[in-house]
Design a protein around this ligand. Structure first.
Ligand SMILES: [Zn+2]
Length: 187
């Protein structure tokens, strides 16, 4: 995975204290990453998040992205140990904003499951994302090989494991608390 460019700075926040931010350019796309504490040792929290402009800009109630981001940052800042990688262009599980919006409209009309709204409009998959770039970023940041993954997504877990990381604990996003909770299925 070719990382074309990288820059680092401090990122003070209004809500979660101070992070360090690293910006990447990979395959023509921007990736944003924040870290807290020394993520090269121990068992840091890791969140890999795809873009969702409706949630992050407009506070959409149509999905959980906003709450997922907020609580992941809360967990990482609380532990003072973690990394959050954000891929703004991976809208709608890797389609694009227009296709995602078509799927939303169809779901609102038909009441289909949100996890199946892409196939409901005729696409051959419900998730077009890969995570090679995010894993390359984790490796570039020399993140500890033992991680606590803030996700129950099999694709994310498989991608980080393929990249040489061991997931010591998986966390699922729980409702109605809107918080990341340890998965009992994890070791
Ligand atoms: Zn969303």
């Amino acid at each position: 995975m070719l990382i074309k460019a990288r820059a680092q700075a401090k990122l003070p926040t209004t809500k979660y204290g101070n992070f360090a931010c690293t910006a990447y350019k990979i395959g023509g796309h921007d990736y944003a990453c924040v870290t807290c504490g020394d993520v090269t040792t121990g068992n840091p929290f890791v969140r890999i998040q795809s873009g969702c402009v409706y949630a992050t800009v407009f506070h959409s109630a149509d999905c959980d992205c906003r709450q997922e981001i907020d609580d992941a940052l809360r967990v990482i800042a609380g532990a003072q140990h973690g990394v959050f990688v954000y891929a703004p262009h991976k809208e709608g599980r890797g389609v694009d904003l227009v296709t995602k919006t078509l799927a939303m409209a169809n779901r609102q009309e038909t009441g289909c499951d949100s996890a199946e709204d892409l196939s409901a409009i005729g696409l051959e998959s419900n998730d077009f994302r890969g995570y090679d770039e995010e894993v390359a970023i984790l490796r570039d940041l020399q993140v500890s090989r033992q991680i606590r993954l803030l996700s129950c997504n099999d694709g994310k877990r498989q991608a980080v494991e393929k990249g040489g990381f061991t997931v010591t604990q998986e966390y699922c996003f729980a409702k109605p608390s809107h918080t990341w909770q340890p998965s009992t299925a994890s070791a």
